[in-house]
Design a protein around this ligand. Sequence first.
Ligand code: ATP
Ligand code: MG
Length: 267
Amino acid sequence: MTQSASPSLTPSSLTPSSSGRVVAIASGKGGVGKTWFAITLAHALARQGRRVLLFDGDLGLANVDIQLGLMPALDLGSVIAGRASLAEATLHHADGDFGIVVGRSGSGALSTLDPAVLERVLEALRAAAGKHDLVLLDLGAGLDRSVRRMAAWADELLVLATEEPTSLTDAYAVLKLHAADRGADRGVGAASVVVNQAASRPGGERTYATLARACATFLGHAPPLLGVVRRDERVRDAIRRQTLLLTRHPACAAAQDVEAAARALLG
Ligand SMILES: Nc1ncnc2c1ncn2[C@@H]1O[C@H](COP(=O)(O)OP(=O)(O)OP(=O)(O)O)[C@@H](O)[C@H]1O
Ligand SMILES: [Mg+2]
């Protein structure tokens, strides 16, 4: 059973498959656009016919629900408290046509999650991944134990950076720790970069080149660029209205860029 949290949400229909690919989205630095990008990428992938589950992995400061205006009865907190299974806490976003497991904002219990409990959640998420084509994991800012564990556990990592130097140094730190956490064989090769809020595509590509040079020099491997997403006022408008960008402004620059990133992710 899945829940329906508002008139725009209908029960999820999940068909079994073993293809689930888990992609985590991290940045180190806060506020670069991880949550918005994860939501919009989930929508873009669903529009390209994929069965997508978006998991709010920002355990202490979850806000997928806030950006989308959801108030579900069940969330990740209910799963952790043993009141619901992950499937029961999964919403189906009718407009976006993707599943969502929301977190619980401000939950101290989730931000200091026992490692054994986190492992149980990840096990359940792996089982859910088998019923989807892709699972997107929106991670919190910083590099605490849970963020590092979830990034290393995922099949792939997307590191979001902006043109700000502090974002670049933080993105580099994420990539460096990710390589260490995964070991040489599964290291930075499993990561790619998205430059968000770029003033222009060439500007975003230059930002990527700076990060790639540092990675090549100090880590011995440069992660590929998945895409550049331009800064676009319509992103703020969609978030303010708690709607999906690809529904509200489907032809705007940022919408086109996220759809291109989704195509690149699908190879
Ligand atoms: N491409 C873009 N163009 C314009 N504004 C953007 C873009 N991407 C993100 N933003 C702005 O950045 C803000 C922060 O986005 P978001 O909350 O998704 O970041 P975050 O990285 O998830 O933050 P946190 O680290 O706190 O979880 C948004 O409210 C939005 O205003
Ligand atoms: Mg966020």
